[in-house]
Design a protein around this ligand. Structure first.
Ligand code: MGD
Ligand code: MGD
Ligand code: SF4
Ligand code: MO
Length: 581
């Protein structure tokens, strides 16, 4: 194997697979977490049509003309009237080099997240930092609780590692992992906080509290126990779709075992998402699951943990969640499809239509490219140099360029052109790549890992000022759906990566409602409506509708409010009605 034939999947995915490019084929890296297979997105990577030529106001232009046009747009007097909106279409580290240009120009950048911010905020409030339980530690556990995570779809490389383990799934959908599990709790959406509070309470009632751990690192547990007593057991359990038997089973499976609680973004797409995550952490604390081999709570870790990006520069920033695009003269959108993926699409459309200059820099045609004034094709990951990390393992993956191509421009080359035109200093591409590589250390199997990440975090307590876990002190009571309302859940699809690749087009509903497949339903929420074809699906609860992320129109229904903590989007906050059959 030539060293230069090694690269990695660029997508926003837990697994960050290693790839070998061999005779025009993408082959999985055999060693390490990639486990010798890639998923369908990468197995069919070359089948997806990409943007070939730049265009301005619908007319094809050359790349040179496109760059001149950009330069002209950026000459505007007030630089803060330019917005750089960058998404996670490509997750590699050099994608951020454009931030360097825009921040130094004086343009406005973004903060906040469409993804995992609420959960992360909850983790940081409780533990003082967000250090993840990595794949290699999950492998060492006896019991895995998948809590709002769908590994067959979003992290398939976990599956070979969990073969002989006890599996518990807490998910409103009977997902594939739920079907295989020893226990599936088909919880009502947005009620996980009650289950977590009750679990902590029963740990105490059953005398199963890990006294030694709690005394040392969670001495406020007694106060927290009082909070858990405010939950009325019988009515709450009935309402959330959980039985006392379920609680007993969860405790029986987990007490005195090595347990990994593997959480996904499903639990935290709500305004109080931080509290939900913190209540799950508190359950793990009550049983002493931190700081030990094979124990812990896994979530989307910070992929940049122990890496300092030279591109994180101070700049004026506005939120990514409810961006008022029309307050800017020029909006430069990179690696993102905000018209489909931001919440409250009707608001986004209205604002982007009123924005004088919209630039789209991406790989694929979509809602956003269709309404952009200037479209600039990007290079694929095979056509440029990069390097990446992951939010579920500690690998540092070099992404060597594999193909020379005339199509598109790389993020580095675009930034280099603009920096030169506007007299902004920029180091060479190799210098930045080497800078990132220096955060790595070579392992025995030849793979690189990020050097300063702890294999087992929180060994000597938490990263709070007194090393103790900080418990929730209050929580918000959840509103149930009205008689004719449904909970909307909008998880990830097997066939797309958010809005890339093959996007889904259906609304899924429990057959008990009596609709026919192929029937069109108009769905309405506080924010808007969408018409979608029905698919009956008995994996769902009858109070819940499911529309996958990436489905055109799904975000007409969602709210652009922020989570209370973490500046995150909340895609499952709104209830939905069926307004026309
Ligand atoms: N194939 C594929 N893979 C992907 C992506 C993709 O689009 N497609 N996207 C990538 C990205 S950007 C991310 S952030 C990750 C996210 O990956 P995951 O964390 O797995 O995210 P989701 O699929 O959104 O949700 C996971 C599960 O949460 C459940 N859920 C929804 N609401 C609730 C709730 O209230 N309570 C509980 N307990 N469960 C709930 C859903 O039914 C679903 O099974 O996946 C990445 N991987
Ligand atoms: N309803 C609902 N909405 C959601 C979610 C949900 O679960 N439900 N999930 C949210 C989450 S977790 C996330 S992370 C966001 C993701 O939303 P986005 O950040 O918008 O990501 P993608 O939909 O993957 O689209 C990214 C675009 O990136 C471009 N791209 C790909 N590779 C490159 C490259 O190398 N260079 C450049 N310049 N461009 C490239 C492609 O053209 C693609 O159209 O969506 C959020 N929206
Ligand atoms: S599983 Fe994730 S990282 Fe691996 S090839 Fe598929 S999208 Fe890429
Ligand atoms: Mo995400």
């Amino acid at each position: 194997m030539k060293k230069s034939s090694i690269t990695a999947c660029p997508l926003d995915c837990y697994d960050a697979c290693g790839i070998i490019y061999d005779e025009n084929r993408l082959k999985p890296f055999k060693n390490g977490h990639t486990n010798g297979f890639l998923c369908s997105h990468l197995n069919h990577y070359d089948k997806f049509e990409r943007i070939i030529k730049p265009r301005y106001k619908g007319q094809e232009i050359t790349m040179k003309e496109a760059l001149l046009k950009l330069k002209e747009l950026f000459k505007s007097e007030l630089k803060s009237d330019i917005l750089h909106y960058r998404g996670s279409g490509n997750f590699a580290l050099m994608q951020e080099v454009t931030d360097h240009f825009f921040a130094n120009l004086g343009a406005t950048l973004t903060n906040g997240t469409l993804c995992d911010g609420a959960g992360e905020a909850g983790i940081i409030e409780g533990r003082g930092s967000n250090k993840n339980m990595s794949l290699s530690e999950i492998e060492k556990s006896d019991v895995i609780i998948f809590w709002g995570r769908n590994p067959h779809t979003t992290s398939s490389h976990l599956l070979p590692l969990i073969k002989d383990k006890t599996i518990i799934v807490i998910d409103p959908v009977k997902t594939k992992i739920a079907q295989m599990a020893d226990l599936h709790v088909q919880i009502k959406p947005h009620t996980d906080i009650y289950l977590a509070l009750l679990l902590s309470r029963f740990v105490h009632i059953n005398d199963s509290l890990n006294e030694e751990f709690v005394e040392k690192y969670a001495s406020e547990f007694e106060e927290y126990y009082e909070l858990t007593q405010s939950v009325r057991i019988k009515t709450t359990l009935e309402n959330i779709g959980v039985t006392l038997g379920n609680i007993g089973d969860i405790l029986e499976y987990t007490i005195d075992k090595k347990v990994a609680i593997v959480c996904g973004v499903g639990i935290q797409k709500y305004r109080d998402g931080a509290d939900v995550m913190r209540s799950i952490d508190a359950f793990a604390v009550s049983l002493g699951f931190f700081g030990k081999e094979g124990c812990g709570v896994a979530y989307l870790g910070n992929s940049k943990e122990a890496i300092e990006s030279p591109f994180e520069i101070k700049a004026k920033r506005v939120s990514k969640v409810n961006t008022n695009f029309d307050e800017f003269d020029t909006v430069f959108i990179q690696g993102s499809n905000p018209l489909a993926q931001m919440p409250d699409s009707l608001r986004v459309k209205n604002a982007l239509e009123k924005t004088p200059n919209v630039v789209y820099f991406g790989l694929y045609e979509n809602e956003t490219s269709a309404m952009a004034d200037l479209v600039i094709p990007a290079k694929t990951f095979l056509e440029k140099e990069d390097i990446r990390t992951s939010y579920s393992h500690n690998g540092l993956m070099v992404m060597n360029k594999q193909i020379e191509s005339d199509i598109g421009i790389s993020e580095y080359d675009l930034a280099a052109y603009l920096c030169k035109e506007f007299n902004i200093e920029l180091k060479s591409e190799q210098e930045y790549l080497q800078y990132f590589k220096n955060f790595g250390i070579k392992k025995i199997n030849g793979c690189f890992e990020v050097e300063n990440r702890e294999a087992i975090p929180y060994k000597d307590g938490f990263d709070t000022s007194d090393s103790e876990f900080v418990f929730l002190e209050e929580f918000e009571t959840q509103q149930s759906e009205g008689e004719d309302e449904f909970n909307l859940i909008t998880p990830k699809s097997h066939t797309s990566l958010n809005s890339q690749f093959k996007r889904d087009t259906y609304v899924y509903i429990n057959p008990s409602h009596g609709y026919n497949d192929t029937q069109q339903l108009e769905l309405t929420s506080e924010n808007g409506s969408v018409v979608l074809e029905v698919k009956n699906d008995n994996r769902l609860r009858d109070d819940t509708l499911l529309i996958y992320s990436g489905t055109p129109g799904v975000n007409n229904l969602t709210s652009s409010k922020h989570s209370y903590e973490g500046k995150s989007a909340v895609f499952q906050e709104n209830k939905v009605k069926i307004t026309k059959k």
